[in-house]
Design a protein around this ligand. Structure first.
Ligand code: PRP
Ligand code: URA
Length: 241
């Protein structure tokens, strides 16, 4: 099922079902560009409910965001190439697998993407890290750029763009444009919760980008917040209001 078929929410249920059904063939499913993959793993869904709860304290919220990001990236990196190396165990010499050294970059969208970064770096500590600073103008909901610093060799890297919330899609679409302007080519957008509206916007502007989410929620409210969502991700991660 390709994201090109995505149609403003009408196919949300179908997307989730097909992702579940396709779980055994996830590898092939995730290899083609321009797809939406919903992670329906029980651990991911359980942890998502924890961060949706408005009574979850900041410490638990922050830790759980990082854990979900780890679980998602564990799956997304399933196709990383391996090479054989020589290893001496306490018993004997043997051949064993090691990562073949594919160049990766993690790019959190400030601020809330920082909450996902730690969980991702725990799994791929050698990845280079870029930062994109964007905030959403509360009246217009348009993204406002205030910072962009990416690895110098970004064009050679597989890039994981991190943002917990894909709402109107303005921030993610703008961040992808900024990365592409600096030469970035292979970009995966990793979000915790997406609204159908945001998926459509990113897919229309950047049909080459795969979108990975833990949940496709129902819709946006009149203030541009995801329903049911989890509220303001940045405020909940950093304890601001
Ligand atoms: C939030 C969130 C996304 C953006 C999503 O950031 O972290 O970056 O909103 O909304 P959109 O899809 O409609 O653009 P926010 O602007 O609240 O900034 P913050 O992370 O600094 O709190
Ligand atoms: N940004 C958030 O943090 N939450 C939303 O629901 C929408 C945008």
């Amino acid at each position: 099922w390709l994201a090109t078929e995505f149609d403003g929410g009408r196919h949300v249920r179908r997307t989730q079902k097909i992702c579940a059904y396709e779980r055994s063939t996830n590898r092939a499913f995730m290899n083609d560009a321009g797809q939406v993959v919903v992670f329906d793993h029980p651990l991911v869904q359980h942890k998502l409910s924890i961060i949706r709860d408005k009574n979850t304290p900041v410490k638990t919220f922050r830790e759980t965001v990082a854990e979900i990001a780890s679980l998602m990236v564990y799956e997304i990196t399933r196709d990383l190439p391996l090479k054989m190396i020589d290893v001496e165990t306490p018993i004997t010499r043997t051949k064993a697998y090691a990562l073949a050294g594919k160049k990766l970059a993690i790019v959190p969208i400030l601020r809330a993407g920082l909450g996902m970064m730690e969980g991702v770096l725990n799994l791929i500590p050698n990845a280079k890290v870029g930062h994109i600073g964007l905030y959403r103008n509360p009246e217009t909901l348009q993204p406002v750029e205030y910072y962009c610093k990416l690895p110098g060799d970004i064009e050679e890297r597989d890039i994981f763009l991190l943002d917990p919330m894909l709402a109107t899609g303005g921030s993610s679409a703008e961040a992808i444009s900024l990365i592409k302007k600096r030469g970035g080519k292979k970009i995966s957008l990793v979000c915790l919760i997406a609204a159908p509206e945001g998926v459509s916007v990113v897919h229309e502007q950047h049909p080459d980008v795969n979108i990975f989410v833990a949940s496709l929620d129902s819709h946006l409210n009149e203030h541009g917040y995801i329903v049911p969502g989890l509220g303001d991700a940045g405020d909940r991660i950093f304890g601001t209001r």
